[in-house]
Design a protein around this ligand. Structure first.
Ligand SMILES: [Zn+2]
Length: 298
């Protein structure tokens, strides 16, 4: 009986997928394809998200393996920052090494800065570290031939955005670690907020949901970004996902005043392979996660 039910579900899913592709209204072969529950599981796209990797010599072996084993359904991949452990030097060789690893991916990779390779650097200082980051990671996705129409913020080129299959994606430079320069932090948070707002005003009406990639685990240090973002998210009224790294352990909750913002902190790359994120057509819970580790339950 259970096997029969599983098969039935599969048939319904396949029928629903075909209908989406062919736009074949009401033509479900078994008559079940038009049920609302089936429409809810239609997928818009699948992406993979990693962060906080590689940290150790073991990670240097693991990450290339994870890259080569990325499933073929990846529309694109995002590294949400921290390409090295916090204590090690920010020498250019590290940036070269990780850029080389990530560039082997079959799907385009987007990357945003983490504190470990920027504001927390002491050898060399953050200014020099940032020049390494710029040199090796700015417009990183352009290493692939892809058809995503990517926008970059004029004043902060590392901030990007694009819409794909009705989902608006925005990447921003928001980090944890130390406030190395209070004026820079304030200005950058303002620019990031402005970037999200400009994208929402341009694409928000058509978008079914918004996904924001950042590095930082939100704290009081980021209130000047997240408090106003929460107000904007409420106005947007549709599902928002804030995906970040920094804390190394899986978190899935709604910590903001706007309850339409879901926050996910990804597992550190050394713990789990890149997180599979599927964005569906579901009106309130469109984001489906697969941590791809045994017993993760998500
Ligand atoms: Zn970090």
């Amino acid at each position: 009986m259970r096997l029969f039910f599983t098969c039935l579900v599969l048939v319904v899913l396949i029928a629903a997928t075909n209908c989406r592709i062919r736009d074949c209204q009401g033509s479900g072969s078994n008559g079940l394809a038009d049920e609302p529950s089936v429409k809810e599981v239609q997928n818009r796209l699948t992406i993979y998200v990693m962060g906080d990797v590689p940290y150790t010599p073991a990670d240097d072996v693991l990450l290339p393996q994870q890259i080569s084993e990325l499933p073929h359904d990846a529309e694109f991949v995002v590294h949400v920052g921290d390409i090295k452990g916090g204590g090690s030097p920010c020498h250019e060789a590290v940036y070269v090494k990780v850029a080389d690893m990530l560039s082997k991916a079959a799907a385009p990779v987007f990357i945003i800065p983490g504190d470990n390779e920027w504001n927390d650097c002491v050898d060399p200082d953050p200014i020099q570290a940032w020049s390494h980051w710029r040199k090796h990671f700015m417009r990183f996705d352009q290493r692939w031939q892809h058809h995503l129409h990517v926008f970059r913020q004029l004043e902060r080129e590392e901030n990007f955005s694009f819409a794909k299959n009705g989902v608006l994606f925005v990447g921003i430079n928001i980090v944890g670690g130390r406030i190395h320069d209070a004026a820079e932090w304030k200005q950058r948070h303002g620019a990031c907020l402005d970037w999200v707002r400009r994208n929402l005003s341009q694409f928000g009406d058509e978008a079914s949901s918004l996904v924001i990639f950042g590095h930082a685990k939100p704290t009081a240090m980021h209130a000047d970004f997240f408090d106003p973002l929460s107000v904007d998210a409420q106005k947007f009224g549709k599902p928002v996902l804030y995906l970040h790294g920094d804390g190394h352990r899986w978190i899935h909750d709604r910590p903001f005043a706007a309850k339409n913002i879901l926050r996910v902190q990804v597992d550190q790359g050394g713990i789990a392979p890149p997180l599979k994120v599927t964005v569906t057509d579901h009106p309130t819970e469109p984001f489906v996660f697969d941590r791809r580790i045994a017993g993760s339950g998500q």
